[in-house]
Design a protein around this ligand. Structure first.
Ligand code: EPZ
Length: 420
């Protein structure tokens, strides 16, 4: 298992390009199961998670070819059973349920296991399938959904912690081939949901309202192949903006959709950083000491939960006390104990992290636990004095394409080493 060593307090500068979106690529690749014809998806990032999705599509019978960021999938024949061994590596595998149900009118997929960021039930996904007329059985660790035919319905996707992203995606993918009209109320509005809806419409679906809380889907009898480029990864963009804030003297993040990250740029501006925004780039530069802030994660267009850990790392050296509240995954604080090992002053009060800014962080051996927590530890290491050693970096490789190389190109002294 690799480790990453960060030799801290080296100022970053220059420009970096954002890769394609992981959280767009995964449901879009799953949606290729909805047609027998070939689909070509461009800008798919080289991550272990996208590789897992391609393994699942291949297992289900699709012909998959990949050449750097371009993936071609032809699912002429598919089978509808995805067992534990195939899906256990990635929770997002659950989003093959909707396309298989839509196309084959049946699907059996292993129930996703536990997750360190908190409870991640799929009750809203299953409720949506039942509303479309499917029978749902959960038995022996498997979810089995089937229906002689699917019929449009009105479905509310609001959960205890807000709408569900993959739930909205899954129901949308099942409904595109259903008879009649489906209305998804309280739908997730994330840009990745819009990107999936655009892809489905390019395949011949009839979807309106993606990006709003009300999505209307007019069922069609069949879908065709298409070509599509996924949107840039807004969470990767946010992570590099925080890197530029935490240790930069002027960093530009290019090939980004600024409108997708305005909650992050607003938060950085509230911390006192200078933000400049262009058509497809954003630059961040210091403007004196960082100020503390109060922040709460919300469904899009609110502040993303996937940027919460990175912001905790940033404000751990601000002038004063910050309050960061996690409203989507209230227990998503695996990074806190590790930041404290580096000298951060953090108290957890329910779903709120109370962070007393300190003058400096000190490098230490720390353990990655999940994708975004591990990114936060790397960012803290950029700021810290001495060497930070992040282990279990496979978590990072799930969602960041060449993070260490890109940071190194910005001037960071960072090395990836094989653990002894
Ligand atoms: C997506 O997960 C993202 N993953 C997550 O990013 C992201 O954190 C999350 O959305 C929220 O923005 C992908 O897109 C692959 P949800 P998803 O269903 O869809 C509750 C990353 O770091 N809920 O929107 O699985 C749930 O427990 C990953 O890239 C139910 O109660 O998240 C949570 O509290 C991590 N019942 C809230 O809703 C359900 O049926 C939002 O979860 C479904 C969800």
């Amino acid at each position: 298992m690799d480790k990453i060593l960060i030799y801290g307090s080296r100022p970053l500068s220059g420009s970096t390009k954002v890769s394609g979106s992981k959280n767009s690529s995964l449901p879009i690749l799953a949606a290729t199961l909805l047609t027998r014809e070939r689909c070509v998806v461009q800008g798919v990032p080289d991550l272990s998670d996208t590789h897992y999705m391609l393994q699942i599509l291949t297992y289900l019978g699709a012909q998959v070819e990949r050449a750097s960021g371009t993936v071609s999938v032809a699912a002429e024949k598919v089978q509808s059973v995805a067992p534990y061994d195939v899906v256990r590596k990635m929770r997002a595998s659950v989003c093959v349920l909707g396309p298989l149900l839509g196309r084959c009118k049946e699907a059996t997929v292993s129930l996703p296991g536990g997750c360190v960021i908190g409870d991640r039930p799929i009750d809203l996904h299953l409720k949506g399938f039942e509303a479309l007329g499917a029978t749902v059985r959960v038995k022996g660790g498997n979810i089995k959904v089937f229906a002689p035919k699917l019929a449009g319905a009105v479905i509310n996707m609001q959960g205890r912690f807000g709408p569900t992203v993959l739930g909205t995606d899954n129901v949308m993918m099942a409904a595109v081939l259903a008879d009649g009209m489906t209305v998804i109320e309280e739908a997730a509005q994330e840009p990745e949901v819009v990107d999936l809806a655009n892809f489905l419409n390019e395949m011949g679906a009839k979807i309106e309202g993606a990006g709003t809380r009300r999505i209307i889907i007019e069922g069609v009898s069949a879908l065709h192949g298409t070509e599509h480029r996924v949107i840039p990864d807004r969470i990767e963009a946010g992570t590099f903006l925080v890197a530029g804030a935490i240790a930069g003297k002027g960093v530009t993040v290019a090939r980004v959709k600024p409108e997708h990250v305005c909650s992050v740029t607003d938060a950085l501006a509230r911390c006192g950083f200078r933000i400049e925004i262009g058509a497809d780039w954003i630059s961040v530069s210091p403007n004196g000491d960082a100020s503390p802030l109060e922040l709460a994660t919300e469904p899009y267009p609110g502040f993303p939960t996937d940027m919460q850990a990175q912001m905790c790392a940033l404000v751990s050296t601000s002038r004063g006390t910050s309050f960061v509240t996690e409203n989507i995954f209230p227990r998503r604080y695996m990074h806190v104990a590790e930041l404290k090992r580096m000298g951060a002053q953090v108290q957890l009060d329910g779903a709120t992290a109370v962070i007393q800014g300190v003058d400096r962080l000190l490098g230490a051996p720390v353990m990655a636990s999940d994708l975004r927590a591990s990114a936060a530890l790397v960012l803290a290491g950029l700021k810290a004095d001495g060497i930070t050693e992040v282990s279990r970096v496979y978590h990072i490789d799930r969602g960041y394409e060449r993070l260490d190389e890109k940071l190194s190109d910005l001037g960071a002294h960072i090395e990836r080493v094989k653990a002894a």
